[in-house]
Design a protein around this ligand. Structure first.
Ligand code: TXA
Ligand code: MG
Length: 332
């Protein structure tokens, strides 16, 4: 079983021990403001191979390289003016930028899945401190078995991967609760590859131009390979935009909407009683895990508005509800 260090109690030991484990080419579970990440030295192929092995993740799905400042980011990737503007406005924070990889970058092709681009993010808080201390970028996908719900607490990580890990750093509940927003800028404009913890509205306000959803990026292949159908899959099946709920279902509620049959539901969990989208995002994955633990056959989600963080919330609910083919259950 993994060692668990509570960062608030022993911040120095958390950093020291994590650097030791990372230097031995072993992954470490670390809190970020979005979700917990499974971090390993992005320049070391043995370390990155361990991430894929522990998660059971297909190697064609690239990992985000996390940095601790803009200078470290610029050592590995070329920034166009709009990407630089976004980095300066929103880093550290829940934003990943897909950028051309510099030929001299030490980030290993196993991290980028051999692509000519790299996804870079500077996370807030402890993760940034750890990267600064380690001095090299850390590859980090969400710290869950591929296809499962992303963890927003050290307990989630321990329950899923505790037997496979040496060290879990406990930073409490992840504040944002959904993964970073992924953006790629090209000659056509600014593309949204994954909605996430930074709203599109905030990005558009910063750059003064619309963000293009992938359907606008005509003719392009899937841009974020991890964004394939089924993902975030609880054991129960999932139904979204439920206006009614039946006795064999668990209801995950949002705000104060009329849901027919709600008194009959097996159980009810609230994403946000007041209809606050930030609160709902922060609660989303832990609520799905609790709802799943009831053991009902199906989880019904009340409608969530598709604005601001609601876009990322609905994206994750849709993926949780997607049909679970053999291949489809193998991502992220
Ligand atoms: O908030 C987050 O982003 C969390 C925390 C730990 O930082 N990480 C995370 O990683 O969500 P992961 O591996 O679960 O999702 C990374 C996504 C995948 O969909 C992957 O395909 C995409 O980023 N990605 C990474 N590099 C890319 C690239 N060069 N081009 C396009 N997509 C890329
Ligand atoms: Mg993931």
């Amino acid at each position: 079983m993994a060692d668990i260090i509570t960062i608030a109690d022993e911040p120095e030991r958390a950093l020291d021990r994590a650097c030791q484990v990372l230097a031995e080419a072993e992954p470490v579970a670390m809190p970020t403001e979005t979700v917990y990440g499974l971090a390993a030295d992005a320049t070391n192929p043995d370390a990155i191979a361990r991430i894929y092995e522990i998660k059971g993740r297909p190697r064609f799905n690239p990992l985000i390289a996390h940095v601790s400042n803009l200078e470290m980011a610029e050592a590995h990737a070329t920034f166009d003016p709009l990407s630089l503007k976004l980095a300066k406005a929103f880093w550290p924070g829940p934003l990943t930028l897909v950028l051309p990889l510099k030929p001299e970058s030490a980030i290993h092709p196993l991290c980028t899945a051999g692509l000519s681009t790299v996804g870079l993010r500077w996370p807030r808080g402890f993760a940034g401190d750890l990267i600064a201390r380690y001095g090299k970028p850390l590859a980090a996908p969400s710290a869950n078995t591929s296809g499962r719900i992303s963890p927003t607490s050290a307990e989630h990580v321990a329950a899923d991967l505790g037997e496979k890990l040496q060290l879990i750093l406990d930073g409490g509940a992840a504040g944002v609760g959904v993964e970073s927003t992924i953006i790629k800028v090209d000659a056509q404009g600014v593309h949204l590859l994954r909605p996430g913890g930074l709203s599109v509205a905030a990005i558009e306000a910063e750059i003064g131009q619309p963000v293009l959803r992938s359907e606008h990026a005509a003719g392009e292949a899937i841009e974020a390979p991890g964004m394939l159908a089924s993902h975030y899959a609880p054991t129960a099946s999932v139904r979204l935009n439920a206006g009614t709920v039946s006795r064999d279902e668990v209801l995950i509620n949002f705000g104060d909407q009329p849901i027919a049959g709600r008194d009959e539901a097996r159980a009810i969990f609230e994403l946000s009683k007041t209809g606050n989208l930030r609160e709902a995002a922060a609660n989303l994955f832990s609520t799905m895990i609790k709802a799943d633990a009831v053991g009902a056959g199906r989880i019904a989600f009340a409608p969530v508005p598709d604005q601001d963080l609601g876009e990322a919330i609905n994206d994750r609910i849709r993926r949780a509800a997607a049909p679970r083919g053999e291949e489809d259950s193998q991502h992220g």
